[in-house]
Design a protein around this ligand. Structure first.
Ligand SMILES: NC(=O)c1ccc[n+]([C@@H]2O[C@H](COP(=O)([O-])OP(=O)(O)OC[C@H]3O[C@@H](n4cnc5c(N)ncnc54)[C@H](O)[C@@H]3O)[C@@H](O)[C@H]2O)c1
Ligand SMILES: [Zn+2]
Ligand SMILES: [Zn+2]
Length: 399
């Protein structure tokens, strides 16, 4: 089969690799009909490179049709399923608490990490990913979400990651109807954090440098701003000078911004921690995250409010403004989304004919799998209005 593979920093290529096969009774294999590129894939593309092997199949947002079903998979050939990005058993201590990303059956203990993820480096088990013609699904008796036949793929596909991630970010922000929320970053995750918060009755502000991403959010009733001191001041003004009840960081470790400026604000602390950060042994390739969006979130949120991180941070040595966090009495929540925990809340919304989350206005590019290398580049550079790319492994490669 054909699959998108990691070949080095900023190098994805489509290669011919062996077809996946069933390896356990509760496995299934699907033929992939749609498979998206995620902001998290860009971390593999660059910073998580040290944990990738040449030839690893990437991708963790797939859906498709079952072509082989293990005897204990509970699935049948022909079932249409969406596959959550994490692999969980559904039966262990953590799965029963709705913490499927910490599943004790699939935890990658050798690296001290949580549940295995599809296509996401040695840290998460080196499981072949879903940007491919076929995908083997371990623990298929629990993970895959069976969906109906009527609606097009793009209505269901984002149950794999984006929608539950955004839903969890809002849930963890501990806000309710009438509260105010600011979203940092309007990539795919921020788009839906903002729309979900709006749908649940909050006033939503968002900060994003790219004009086309701001425009998309504005179409869904979000109050949008460019990064900078003026925007922070404007959002504070709009929230009686206090700042919003919660700020969701949907940027992650590749934040663009004035790191020097942001860090100078917390100079006492950073001066203390920087040399140590640089000398951290294990993660010397990316020990220090680019935290400018997180710093803005901490500055912006009202006293006693919540900063909910859905953007992925990978550093082990990031200097944090502990003084400000402590003094403002800020709650900080974070983590990979526990996909299955939120599906019952989200599925009725994506199937609703009125499309309350605006899923029909989200995918900017649908391309053949063969175009994956160019699609990664376009998404990373935010060219051609690219916000969300879906790859179609069934479409013929264009000449
Ligand atoms: N928690 C989870 O389970 C989970 C799941 C999926 C993705 N993620 C993470 O969420 C983050 C966002 O993912 P995405 O797919 O939307 O990716 P993305 O890279 O397209 O989105 C990030 C957005 O932040 C904007 N941005 C950069 N610097 C900024 C700044 N200083 N202020 C405001 N905005 C800024 C960028 O222009 C971009 O639009 C990534 O870190 C990704 O790894 C987490
Ligand atoms: Zn993803
Ligand atoms: Zn489990």
């Amino acid at each position: 089969m054909k699959a998108a593979t990691w070949q080095g920093t900023r190098k994805i290529s489509v290669e011919t690799v062996p077809d996946p096969t069933l390896q356990a009774d509760n496995d299934a294999v699907i033929e992939v009909t749609s498979t998206a590129i995620c902001g998290s894939d860009l971390h593999l593309y660059e910073v998580l490179g040290p944990f990738m092997n040449e030839g690893d199949i990437v991708g963790h947002e797939p859906m498709g049709r079952v072509v082989e079903a293990g005897s204990a998979s509970g699935l049948s050939v022909g079932d249409r399923v969406v596959v959550p990005f994490q692999i969980a058993c559904g039966r262990c201590y953590y799965c029963s608490k709705g913490l499927q990303t910490q599943c004790e059956t699939t935890q990658v203990r050798e690296h001290g990490m949580g549940a295995q993820l599809f296509g996401y480096s040695q840290l998460y088990g080196s499981v072949p990913g879903g940007q491919a013609e076929y995908l083997r699904i371990p623990h298929a008796d629990y993970g895959p979400i069976k969906v109906g036949e009527e609606l097009p793929d793009h209505r269901y596909l984002f149950l794999s990651d984006v929608l539950p991630t955004a839903w969890q970010a809002v849930a963890y922000a501990k806000v309710e109807q009438g509260d105010s929320v600011a979203v940092m970053g309007l990539g795919p995750i921020g788009q839906f954090c903002a729309r979900i918060a709006k749908h649940l009755g909050m006033t939503v502000y968002a900060i994003e440098p790219e004009a086309d991403r701001r425009e998309m959010a504005a179409r869904h009733g979000i109050l949008v701003y460019e990064p900078g001191e003026d925007s922070v001041a404007a959002i504070k003004d709009a929230t009686e000078g206090r700042g919003p009840d919660a700020v969701i960081d949907a940027v992650g470790m590749e934040a663009h911004g004035d790191m020097q400026g942001a860090m100078a604000k917390f100079s006492q602390l950073t001066a203390q921690f920087l040399p140590k950060a640089i000398s951290q042994p294990m993660m010397n390739n990316f020990g220090m995250d680019r935290l400018s969006a997180l710093y803005t979130a901490i500055e912006l949120v009202r006293r006693g409010g919540t900063v909910s991180l859905s953007g992925v941070y990978g550093g082990q040595a990031s200097p944090l403004p502990m003084l400000t966090l402590f003094d403002k009495q800020i709650n900080v929540t974070m983590g990979q989304a526990n996909v299955k925990r939120w599906i019952d809340d989200i599925l009725p919304l994506v199937e609703d004919p009125t499309d309350p989350l605006g899923v029909d206005d989200f995918v900017t590019h649908r391309l053949p799998l063969a175009d994956a290398p160019a699609a990664y580049e376009m998404f990373q550079k935010k060219e051609q209005g690219c916000i969300k790319v879906v790859l179609d492994p069934q479409a013929p490669a264009q000449a």
